[in-house]
Design a protein around this ligand. Structure first.
Ligand SMILES: Nc1ncnc2c1ncn2[C@@H]1O[C@H](COP(=O)(O)OP(=O)(O)OP(=O)(O)O)[C@@H](O)[C@H]1O
Ligand SMILES: [Mg+2]
Length: 201
């Protein structure tokens, strides 16, 4: 993915990205202080928010291949299971029930399969949101702080799962964090943001 001559103004906030190359099939970390524009950048990169000017070249990927895990995960008013299979449903893919049970067990949500999704704890919501992002095997996954609030055990779990995905069918990851934490150990490349711009460190 290449982003060129991008500009976006929202109120008093201004973003400018002259040229940023995101190498495919690698894990990219985006780090910067609160309010520097990480979420705005991800939304533009994911095609959710239009830039004022500039281009995002997806290198042949279509919106169907891209998914975003939001800072505040949106869960539908239904069960864990229904939330999980939603991305498959809208793409007309039949859920593989055994695989779903395996995934849920892996993150410790098997018992909660029929539970109302919005009654999950915040860590559990993040786990569900992660599974929901990877379940349809997207080519690019944008993660907005979703993994920055986890206990160390869950952090290891996600690091392991991401590592496995990269071995089998590499995905381009854009992982946002407001601080360098453990997840960033995973990153192949780091990008630093300050006040709406990418800066060298
Ligand atoms: N819809 C909006 N209307 C007005 N200002 C906005 C809007 N969306 C974002 N902003 C402003 O743009 C700036 C960048 O916001 P953004 O959410 O991208 O920050 P962030 O780097 O993700 O911060 P955090 O680490 O707190 O999540 C902020 O100053 C924010 O207030
Ligand atoms: Mg943010």
């Amino acid at each position: 993915m290449r982003i060129t001559d991008l500009e976006k103004t929202i109120g008093t906030f201004h973003m400018e990205v002259d040229d940023l190359y995101i190498e495919p099939e690698k894990i990219h970390g985006i780090v910067g202080p609160n309010g520097c524009g990480k979420t705005v950048f991800l939304k533009i990169a994911a095609g959710i928010l239009p830039p004022d000017t500039g281009t995002v070249d997806y290198d042949g990927l279509s919106p169907r291949d891209i998914t975003m895990m939001f800072q505040r995960p949106y869960l539908m008013h239904t069960t864990v299971y229904e939330n999980l299979i939603y991305p498959l449903k809208i793409r007309g893919i039949r859920p593989d029930e055994e695989e779903i049970d395996r995934m849920l067990s892996r993150v410790g949500l098997k018992e909660q399969k029929r539970q109302y999704a919005r009654s999950l704890s915040s860590g559990e919501r993040q786990k569900l949101s992660f599974l929901r992002a990877v379940i349809f095997k997207p080519r690019m996954i944008m993660v907005d702080e979703t993994l920055s609030n986890l206990d160390s055990e869950s952090e290891e779990l996600f690091a392991g799962m991401i590592g496995e995905i990269q071995k089998v069918r590499p995905v381009t990851w854009l992982i946002v964090n407001h601080q360098m934490d453990h997840i960033c150990r995973l990153c192949d490349e780091m990008h630093y943001m300050e006040k709406g711009r990418f800066v060298k460190r």
